[in-house]
Write a protein that binds this ligand. Sequence first.
Ligand code: DSN
Length: 428
Amino acid sequence: MVAPTKMKEALAHLAGTDPEIHGVLVREEARQSEGLELIASENFVSRAVLEAMGSVLTNKYAEGLPGKRYYGGCEHVDVAENLARDRAVELFGAEHANVQAHSGAQANMAAYFTLIEAGDRILGMDLSNGGHLTHGARVNFSGRLFEPVFYGVREDDGRIDYDEVRDIALRERPKLIVAGASAYTRIIDFEAFGRIAREIDAPLLVDMAHIAGLVASGHHPSPVPHADIVTTTTHKTLRGPRGGLILCTEEHAKAIDKAVFPFMQGGPLMHVIAAKAVAFREALSPDFPVYAGQVVANARALGARLVEHGFRLVSGGTDNHLLLVDLRGSHEELTGKDAEAALEAAGITVNKNTVPGEARSPFVTSGLRIGTPALTSRGMREPEMERIGDWMAEVLSSPADSERISRVREEVREMSTSFPLFPEALRV
Ligand code: DSN
């Protein structure tokens, strides 16, 4: 992801020692550079984040917490972890941060085992309605170790019905309520979730992975005042390295730290923690809200263009970084799977997604999930979003027309490469 010339210099040693893996990196850099990345959960990190991640800190074992490690030689990594924790607390106005979770899934596991016991009932958002695997799906630890019950979205407008959530909570009496989503386009009312949780005397866990960057920038209301524990990944709208972050009240601080280590993980990834610190610093800068605001503006512009082309959007539009296209509204026969493949061939990367009232399998689906965080990081704005909407409509109007797809592919490549992966002027 470093600019091509830098990339060659940076990888010169790897090229000599492991040409196969070197080839993978070079080809992936070209794919990212020449295509349009619209996976809603992906982003492009800054060079500073990348440098911290690809550093000597990967060599260090540091089980424990800063100042309380099980190994010697931690004086420098302690500084990195303290910076990451302090910046996370400042960024989100939380009382405590644990920056060691390797991923969002592990952050959620630590949160569960801080708040409840195996076998307890949890209430989360149904995966096929926009929830997440770790919110109780049967194929995931959360559905195996706990007893899940679900809420969804209204089929007619694609929105969470908070009265229904309350009804289910009163009826099912879960020991924990989980709020948060991976395919939901509207503001989530965390205050309402907090009220419902208090009414049944259960704690509230919010997984804000998708919207963390928008929460940091003020473009989405924060869950922190309403939840016992907030988890997130650091690599989506927050634009940091791949990894997890846990925020909580002082009351849960010791328990959450213990739930991460020694309960669930071994040594923390100190290079990733340093990169998280860098990303949090970037998110604290005045430029970050400008970026996050543009992410939302771009999603709205792309959505409006798709609607002009006759596509139906779940919920009719978006308040955040993503769009959910219900292909049944415009292309009855076209599956999410085939649409994803046709767009991929044209250099436009999105993912198939279930939609409310889905009749097809999760491997096929009737929808597409589209997100703007990554392309916004490359400096693209509303005019580019409109062009992308036009290309998507063109490709999906005849997804088997390889000549047309090849022509769009060339146009996509031309536009993409004019927005370098590292537009340094836009970086903080
Ligand atoms: N895989 C992530 C997403 O795409 O939303 C969630 O973990």
